[in-house]
Write a protein of this length. Structure first.
Length: 203
């Protein structure tokens, strides 16, 4: 295989994007983009650090992102596995990218910008759910925002019920852990206990 090694080669191959691909981009949150942000319960958060890139799933039924103003978004860091890969990256390199999804919608919303992390007590307390506040909040400064063409979601059939069958027969987290650790961690008991453990530690 011969790699494409320059932007000029890419441009020769793909041409110039049309107006619909470029004029949808803004540097602030418009009223239409606000509605999508407020509806989205899930996003992928991409960060970069000295070790490389990271992409983390983020989901929240109580409001994934709070719009502070036309240029600023707030994301509570809900409970997870405490690896803090994304947070560690942000404190060393503020660049972030988000891709928001709304179930049933064919379009994704992309946000690029910079971020910092705060543990401000009053702010964290404002995100309390079921008596539990996040330990920190990611403050995102919007650099650009735009919707993504729907072709990828159409091709993947992501929201069609029939595609859920693709998950049947996949290895479980417990099985993966048990194999990787030669039985030291994971196994059937890990999988059996996970739903209740997740319920008690969701927020």
């Amino acid at each position: 295989m011969t790699p494409i090694a320059s932007e000029a080669e890419l441009t020769a191959l793909y041409g110039t994007p049309n107006a619909a691909s470029t004029r949808k981009v803004t540097q602030h949150i418009t009223d239409d983009y606000r509605r999508i942000i407020e509806a989205a319960p899930f996003c992928a958060l991409a960060t970069v650090g000295p070790e490389g890139l990271d992409c983390s799933p983020r989901g929240d039924a109580h409001g994934l992102l709070r719009i502070q103003d036309a240029h600023t978004l707030l994301m509570p860091d809900r409970r997870g596995n405490d690896r803090i890969d994304s947070l560690r990256n942000i404190v060393r390199d503020p660049r972030v990218a988000l891709m928001l999804l709304v179930p049933g919608s064919g379009n994704a919303l992309r946000i690029n910008g910079t971020a910092f992390i705060t543990a401000d007590a009053a702010l964290c307390e404002s995100f309390v759910v079921e008596g539990r506040a996040p330990r920190s909040v990611i403050v995102i400064r919007v650099g650009e925002i735009y919707f993504q063409c729907a072709r990828a979601l159409v091709r993947s059939r992501l929201w069609e019920a029939e595609t859920q069958a693709l998950a049947h027969g996949l290895p479980s987290p417990g099985a993966i852990l048990a194999k990787l650790t030669e039985g030291a961690v994971g196994g059937a008991e890990y999988d059996r206990a996970w739903p209740e453990r997740a319920r008690q530690t969701m927020w």
